[in-house]
Ligand binder design. Structure first.
Ligand SMILES: [Zn+2]
Length: 314
């Protein structure tokens, strides 16, 4: 998943400021032949491209309508596929035309002419990954995912056909969609259990070789106040001696995390709702160098989960 964030703060829905308890996800597609994110998401952040008509949804009532969703999936200016989060996930959206607004996160997949399989395959997969991510964040399962037309049948949404006027053209349905989300969640759980998904370096509480050294800097060995086999003891020593850090055997400063100055990265503990893009922007400024964070942490996608400790380049 290629997740970015641009909250539609000018939209009346955002300004209404209502929160929901997330109980499900509703999948929509836009119903218009325009696969470009810039049609709906703006202003241009350098990746979206400029919407020359200024008719994106970061306006009070887009096209005179009370509409807003939590995310869009479509094309960036360079033709690659991305997801843009456009409302906080637990904000009450205006997407269902029914009571699902009170319970469901809603996102739109930008439609094209509906016949291009290559485009469909990419946005469909992106949507599966987004749903798996949201299921993990909100403790949901694939059973909590419906599309707009299913919502209508359940009496919680207005009478629209999306996405079942599109998915079947390419051999897919909401059932295949849910099955793929389920598979992805199962794969993630398995990886977590096998401890291969975590890009985070963990340091053992008790070393059998080498020491945790407490110093001001790695190079300044004279500033060392102690060397410990037990991590807790090393941390206690660093706490007692302001300005010192706990260093692992390879010279990596590992404690205290928020003040670590050596080597040239800091640690960010991911909290619920963080996106990689957002963290990059927070630490590294606009035009975020989030690819550096990905590289530094050995990440292969932009999906990050609560509790991960990410290295942030200085
Ligand atoms: Zn819809």
């Amino acid at each position: 998943m290629n997740l970015h964030k641009l909250i539609l703060t000018e939209n009346a829905c955002y300004k209404a400021g209502k929160k929901i308890t997330v109980k499900g996800i509703m999948v929509h597609s836009t119903g218009a032949n325009n696969p470009n994110l810039k049609r709906y998401v703006g202003p241009d952040d350098g990746l979206l491209g400029k919407n020359q008509y200024g008719n994106h949804w970061n306006t009070y009532h887009p096209g005179g309508r009370e509409v807003c969703v939590h995310a869009f999936i479509g094309k960036l200016a360079d033709g690659t596929i991305a997801t843009y989060q456009t409302l906080p996930w637990n904000h009450r959206g205006w997407h269902a035309g029914g009571s699902a607004n009170n319970t469901h996160i809603g996102f739109e997949i930008c439609e094209d002419g509906l016949t291009d399989y290559a485009y469909f395959k990419k946005v469909y997969r992106e949507a599966v990954e987004l749903c798996a991510y949201l299921c993990k964040e909100y403790g949901l399962t694939e059973q909590n995912i419906i599309c707009h037309s299913e919502g209508y049948k359940q009496g919680v949404a207005s009478n629209h056909g999306d996405v079942m006027h599109w998915f079947p053209k390419h051999g897919k349905s909401m059932d295949t969609f849910r099955a793929e989300v389920k598979a992805l969640l199962a794969a993630d759980t398995k990886e977590d259990t096998e401890d291969t998904a975590e890009p985070v370096v963990t340091y053992p509480e008790k070393l059998t070789s080498g020491y945790y050294r407490v110093r001001k800097t790695w190079k300044d060995s004279k500033s060392q106040v102690g060397a410990y086999r037990i991590l807790t003891n090393a941390k206690a020593a660093a706490d007692k001696n302001p300005g010192t850090f706990v260093f692992a055997n390879d010279g990596t400063a590992i404690y205290p995390a928020d003040k670590t100055t050596e080597p040239d990265y800091r640690i960010h503990t991911v909290v619920k709702g963080d996106t990689l893009w957002e963290i990059a922007e927070q630490y590294l400024g606009k035009g975020a160098r989030y690819t550096e964070i990905k590289k530094l942490n050995g990440l292969t996608s932009n999906v990050i989960y609560s509790g991960w400790k990410l290295k942030i380049p200085n």
